[in-house]
Design a protein around this ligand. Structure first.
Ligand code: CUA
Length: 337
């Protein structure tokens, strides 16, 4: 927790124990082999030192069985590290589907956080314990890195694209949040805290009036307002068939492009289509959409994306949203972090 010195940070997330286990195993093996090798060097240096009685040692061409042993045993040991590390890596890059989504924008020199429900915070992140939380991150300027030692997670926030990170806090408390990528003169002061709360307390916090933090409307609502302000609905109507494709039920679905290829409509695709609409044009449509680069902030983009994510096809499909329905029936795709 914050303010207490300890050699190792708290283990406050579901994977912290696994990460530490692997780390300790590496330390133990490194220590054992270092001592073994150092001892062997000293012993052999003394035992076989040059002396008057023994000027020349008989040469040896080695022992095949010994050579095989010292090749195969270390290989098997490193395979254990590889297997364990790979499993952790995959776990860390596969957020559960039911994860709570929180949007993070890094800038020199602060972390700006938006919760889907509308609460915003700066250099602080409130999360419930016992529930997976997925952060969707980007940066306004340079590369920053979101690092929570107590959760054993770290991920760069990169300008111009989305990265993601997930964790499940297991212990209520306050933990350090560091920027772990040198990002300018105030980098060392880009420190915040993560507050892990009991689920009930988290709900109270979420609904309490966001006095200094600002905001209020949910990201979806803010995105809808922006959508209307920018006139997106002029072309992108729910029914489709207009000048632009329908956005209903689009998120995480495959999209056929004029180039003949198919992409999955994840956060990165939506972002690119807003800022650089000509790069991937949907099949059957003309490249007539203007760019919105410079008109929407990073946070605005995240709000627009949150709104587009919320556009689900109606429960009982009518003739009007038939195209959206057929798309929504295709299997879902997991976006890459
Ligand atoms: Cu931001 Cu270092």
């Amino acid at each position: 927790m914050i303010g207490r010195f300890s050699l190792f940070p708290d283990q406050a997330s579901s994977i912290a124990g696994q990460v530490d286990g692997l780390y300790f195993l590496l330390i133990v093996f490194s220590a054992v082999f270092s001592i073994l090798i150092a001892t062997a060097i000293v012993v052999f240096a003394v035992r076989f030192r040059r002396s008057r009685q023994r000027q020349l040692m008989p040469t040896s061409n080695g022992l095949l069985s010994l050579e095989i042993a010292w090749s195969v045993i270390p290989f098997l040991i490193t395979l254990v590290f590889f297997g364990w590390g790979a499993r952790l890596f995959i776990t860390l890059h596969t957020p559960p589907d039911d994860a709570l989504q929180v949007y993070v924008v890094g800038k020199q020199w602060m972390w700006k956080v938006q919760h889907a429900e509308g609460r915003r915070e700066i250099d602080e992140l409130h999360v419930p314990i016992g529930k997976p939380v997925k952060l969707i991150m980007t940066s306004e300027d340079v590369i920053h890195s979101f690092y929570v030692p107590a959760f054993r997670v770290k991920q760069d926030a990169v300008p111009g694209r989305y990265t993601s990170l997930w964790f499940e806090a297991t212990k209520a408390g306050e933990y350090y949040l560091f920027c772990a990528e040198y990002c300018g003169s105030q980098h060392s002061r880009m420190i915040g805290r993560v507050v892990a709360l009991e689920p009930a307390e988290y709900q109270t916090w979420l609904s309490s009036s966001p006095s200094s933090a600002g905001g209020g409307a949910s990201m979806e609502t803010a995105g809808k307002q922006l959508f209307e302000q920018l006139g997106c609905a002029t072309c992108h109507q729910a029914a489709g068939g207009a000048r632009g494709p329908s956005l209903t039920g689009l998120f995480n679905q495959p999209v056929k492009l004029t180039s003949g290829s198919t992409v999955v409509a994840d956060e990165a695709y939506l972002r690119e289509s807003i800022l650089d609409p000509q790069s991937k044009v949907v099949e059957g449509y003309l490249p007539i959409m203007p760019t919105f680069k410079g008109q929407v902030s990073e946070e605005g983009l995240l709000q627009l994306i949150a709104y587009i994510k919320s556009l689900k096809p109606a429960q009982a499909p009518t003739e009007a949203n038939q195209p959206a329905k057929t798309q929504a029936m295709l299997p879902g795709h997991e976006e890459q972090g």
